[in-house]
Design a protein. Sequence first.
Length: 412
Amino acid sequence: MGNQAVTKILSDLDSTRAEREELLKHFHQHPELSLQEYETSARIRAELEAAGIEVHSVGKTGLVAIVENGEGPVVAMRGDIDALPVKEVSGKDYASTAEQEDEKTGQTFAVSHACGHDFHIMSLLSALKFYNSHKDAWAGTYVGVFQPAEEIAAGAQEMVDAGIAEVMPKPDVYLGQHVIAVTPGGTVASKPGTIFTAASSIRVKVYGKGSHGSMPQLSVDPVVLASAIVTRLQTIVGREIAPNDMGVVTVGAIHAGTKSNIIPDDAELLINTRAYDKDVEAHMHEAIERIVRAECEAARSPKEPEFEYYDIYPLTSNHQEPFEQVRAVFDDFFGDDSVDIDPVSASEDFSIVPDSMDVPYVYWCVGGFEDWKNAPGNHNPAFAPDLQPTLDRGVEAAVVAASAWLVKNEDA
């Protein structure tokens, strides 16, 4: 019965394609910054209510949709809804031209779905509608979690803090997916265990002693200090992390000074780390602080350095048993388009919600580009996945994965 039931749940795929493509284009053309997804959330709610699906607000812009269908397992799936402060240059005829003012800084940004979250919205929204329309093919409860602010590692925790566990039944499994450019278009790529890295950003402030550029002997130069730190940080991965472990330390920005002949009082470094192992991550963080403090002492810095950790993403590591269930139905339904994927050095806040409920989870990727070897990566201004088959494959994957629990396999 398994595939027959799934085929029935997906039987509206052809008849709704034009409508779904238009709605995808709407979300693509109206992106919104993290924790400011007001219109996006309102449109999702309107679509759910029009389909007769129960929906609850969680936090500022988060939504939980619930389709109940008698006794049975509870399956939840996450779809992230925020966009990026990136000007789109994809060349699509439906490319975003949106601009939005950041509520915190007042700065205006060009905004686009340069990470594919519009496809995530549509995959989950369509799966909810399909399950709701074909209740004779399955039993249990299907929950959709429309999560804000994935891009700043804040949305999942905000939904936990706002009481998501109180508005939805506890799931038996929590599912998620991401459209990506590193696997062939139309494939559904998965793996057991670690799939995405843990990540942290670190704001480091070091202090010097300002002086006229012509009198360096009277200064403690924080520009030279920051430069020495950048050079020394390169030894962490090269000389402290074992070759068979993965670690990344990136200095993405240095801010210091205002004029060529003024030695400033301080400098700021923005550092990012990635690791597939929490112990490796902890080692990198310890090494960063150790090196910064040692360089400050060597430079005669008059004040202790300051460290601020932010945009902290947990490790995303699939649980073995539910992974095997999802991979089995993927292999059965998608055949050769169900493929393995190597760990990806990107990061997610996806696991925060299931971890808060002590629920196992499975996360996979969907290939978004036919010419995937030459495709732009996520967050690139040109990142805009092929409309098809990506749109259809995303909802198919969402429906098929949940079917491992919600559809009874009479041959088993």
